[in-house]
Design a binder for this molecule. Structure first.
Ligand code: URA
Length: 263
């Protein structure tokens, strides 16, 4: 969501959100509750509140910092929201699958692997259609926002098959930052895993702590070593161990804590 209001949520679609059994038990800040429900990041939720989009117990609320309890009725543009159980998954996204909650051309999306999950989950960030690898899915807007916020600099490791012969000289700019889309990338770390001089291809492991659009492809493109194949091996403290393409598993509480510790 990257701080943007989730287009699939009740605000945009006027669809009533899937209702979970659990309601809020203790007092929680309204913006946090909205973020947890996947409506928007906390900051965007504050804006929705300030602009009068949110009602609590039938009354429009425009003040910051208000807290709500489990029996408070919250509406976004007249549509009630309810808390669902929070769920967290990690999937090995295969190549040829779109990272999106829907596709107007009916192409395969990551959601197709979660058909029997009743919660309204969505991807944390995205992988390109032709990129495989680790992807986090959740219905916890707050968690997703934390993972994706650039200031938290969560490390992601990619294995790239590139066209050309990689060496210390031509890869050096990756380390110190390369200008892509008018902005320099953060420091990155690379490791040359294999160079095939006959086929003129190389395998390079690249660790970055950002999540800009097509970032890895653009970084290699900028040093004239175009990516032919890309896989994301790890996301923060999580990796693909035990998963085959198309398989997913739940993220444990301990794993979630270790991810959140990084920020
Ligand atoms: N960088 C890319 O270029 N593509 C991805 O899918 C992920 C990171």
């Amino acid at each position: 969501m990257s701080g943007k209001i989730n287009k699939t949520n009740a605000v945009k679609t006027k669809t009533i959100m899937k209702i979970g059994e659990k309601r809020i038990k203790k007092l929680e800040r309204l913006n946090k509750v909205l973020a947890h429900a996947g409506i928007a990041s906390r900051r965007k939720a504050d804006k929705l509140i300030a602009r009068g989009h949110i009602k609590v117990n039938g009354k429009v609320i425009t003040e910051y910092g208000i807290k709500v309890a489990g029996n408070d009725e919250i509406e976004v543009n007249g549509i009630p929201i309810f808390k669902e159980d929070k769920v967290y998954f990690v999937i090995f996204k295969p190549k040829g699958v779109i990272t999106s909650v829907s596709d107007e051309h009916k192409r395969k999306t990551v959601m197709d692997y979660f058909k029997h999950i009743k919660q309204r989950i969505y991807p944390v960030g995205r992988l390109d259609w032709d990129t495989s690898g680790i992807l986090l899915m959740t219905n916890d807007g707050d968690f997703a926002h934390q993972m994706m916020h650039p200031k938290h600099e969560i490390e992601k490791v990619y294995i790239a098959k590139i066209h050309g012969l990689a060496d210390k000289e031509n890869l050096r700019p990756l380390t110190y930052g390369i200008k892509i889309d008018g902005k320099k990338t953060n420091f990155a770390h690379y490791e040359i895993l294999h160079v095939n001089t006959k086929k003129r291809v190389s395998i390079v492991k690249l660790t970055i702590n950002e999540g800009r659009n097509h970032q890895v492809k653009k970084m290699f493109e900028a040093i004239n070593l175009p990516v032919q194949k890309l896989k994301r091996e790890s996301y923060g403290t999580l990796n693909l161990t035990g998963l085959k393409p198309g398989e997913y598993r739940a993220i444990s509480k301990k794993e979630r804590r270790s991810l959140l510790k990084m920020i």
